[in-house]
Write a protein that binds this ligand. Structure first.
Ligand SMILES: Cc1cc2nc3c(=O)[nH]c(=O)nc-3n(C[C@H](O)[C@H](O)[C@H](O)COP(=O)(O)OP(=O)(O)OC[C@H]3O[C@@H](n4cnc5c(N)ncnc54)[C@H](O)[C@@H]3O)c2cc1C
Length: 410
């Protein structure tokens, strides 16, 4: 009698946990091993820069499943151990503790790691990053009232950390080389909405400036020196300058890698028995007709589920519209779409100044992305506009009394 197959998932992450869940939901009764370098069972990262960092939520809110779920679903957790070598031809993964796991199919959900700022003083105590649960708890401790916090990078992580630090009563300066926050992801028009939001909460920005060095005393950071020589006093520094996909294992195994592990639309890599999902995967998007890599929660959640089905040979194409959300102070926002190919107009429905609006990015008269700020239950309609690929009438789009299904041109 043939033995039941073994599926190994490397990366005990949101995507990895959702894939295991999908496998069991689809009736897979073989062995599932979920390998993770961190000592924690799979958890979601968004609370780490929001409720947990603010002190409003216990860290336990972040877990994807209760501990007992893994035994109940016969998902073997191998935590605190790195998968250090993949032999894709031999169908084996070698762990750092020397164990070798044979597999029939493998899923890579190794996610991404923070990009480090390599300047003098970068190793000083108090120069911190935010990726893991431990990072979040450490930061929360250092965000005391009156602490001087310098945030390097006005991306999502930097801005959420700035909001949390201000809410704790710390003084916050954000250093950013671009002229607005979120410059590359939203463009200047909507980046300014976030600049105003933070200024209104007492955050100071230093735009157009990179960091030249960190200065310290007795091993701890004391100041951030910007490229123009300004010295910003700092008790703690949060660096949020982006992430890079954890592709080492795949690359060393000879899989196709280019800013992510390359997959087809079913999340299958260049090796037919290896799949990839979440931050690490650069997948062929049917919607965009090119490979895209998405560094957001929903992509780990839905991509993980899709990969689980693909491991079983079903499920079809993974065809999500990239989606992101954030919460900063009293602003809640959802964003759908992709600005990677540029845009030529931004249309606003509602009051940008009052921070209650929907913004639409257009390219050649078609909606390529949309963001609802403190307006809810419209993201499905926004994504329907994006998917349609049809030209819209900008006046109707801006008019809140016109339904979003009635804004097409002509
Ligand atoms: C603080 C923070 C806040 C965020 N907030 C939001 C938000 O508000 N909205 C949003 O849409 N997105 C948000 N994100 C992004 C979102 O959390 C990520 O896109 C998501 O975590 C990606 O999940 P993943 O499953 O791909 O992998 P990851 O979460 O990166 O996890 C990968 C795991 O694999 C492990 N691993 C890597 N290599 C190996 C190996 N060789 N062997 C064993 N284990 C390995 C890693 O240690 C890690 O535990 C946030 C991210 C952070 C850090």
């Amino acid at each position: 009698m043939p033995t039941a197959p073994t599926f190994v998932i490397v990366g005990a992450s949101l995507a990895g946990a959702r894939a295991a869940e999908a496998l069991r939901a689809e009736g897979f009764d073989g062995r599932i091993v979920l390998v993770g370098e961190e000592s924690e069972r799979p958890y979601e990262r968004p609370p780490l820069s929001k409720g947990v960092l603010l002190g409003n939520d216990e860290p336990s809110v972040a877990y994807v499943h209760p501990q007992e779920w893994y035994a109940e679903h016969a998902v073997e957790l191998r935590l605190g151990v790195r998968a250090q070598r993949l032999d894709a031809g031999g169908h084996e993964v070698e762990l750092a503790d020397g164990d070798v796991l044979p597999y029939d199919k493998l899923l890579l959900t190794t996610g991404s790691s923070v990009r480090r700022l390599r300047v003098p003083g970068g190793d000083l105590d108090g120069v911190l990053y935010l990726r893991t649960m431990a990072d979040s708890l450490r930061l929360k401790e250092s965000f005391a009232a009156g602490a001087r916090v310098v945030v390097v990078g006005a991306g999502w992580i930097g801005l959420e950390a700035a909001a949390a630090a201000r809410t704790h009563g710390a003084d916050v300066v954000v250093v950013e080389p671009h002229p607005t926050p979120l410059h590359a992801v939203l463009g200047p028009e909507m980046g300014n909405v976030f600049a105003d939001l933070h200024r209104d909460h007492g955050v100071e920005f230093r735009f157009g400036q990179g960091v030249a060095e960190f200065r310290g005393a007795e091993g701890s950071v004391r100041a951030v020196v910007t490229e123009d020589g300004t010295e910003l006093p700092a008790d703690v520094v949060v660096v949020g300058i982006g992430i890079q996909p954890n592709t080492e294992l795949a690359e060393a195994a000879g899989l196709a890698v280019d800013n992510g592990v390359l997959t087809d639309s079913s999340l299958q890599t260049s090796n037919p028995d290896v799949f990839a999902a979440g931050d690490v995967a650069r997948w062929q998007s049917p919607l965009y007709g090119r490979q895209i890599r998405v560094e957001h929660w929903a992509n780990a959640q839905d991509g993980g589920t899709a990969a689980g089905r693909s491991l079983l040979g079903g499920g079809g194409a993974y065809d999500a519209v990239p989606f992101f959300f954030t919460d900063q102070y009293d602003l809640g926002m959802e964003f759908g779409g992709d600005l990677g190919s540029g845009y030529d107009d931004v249309v606003v429905r509602g009051e940008a100044k009052a921070r209650e609006f929907v913004a639409f990015w257009l390219r050649q008269g078609r909606v390529v992305a949309g963001m609802n700020v403190n307006v809810w239950d419209v993201q499905d309609d926004v994504q329907a506009l994006i998917r349609s690929g049809r030209p819209v009438d900008a006046r109707k789009l801006a008019d809140g009394s016109t339904g979003l299904d009635s804004v097409y041109a002509g």
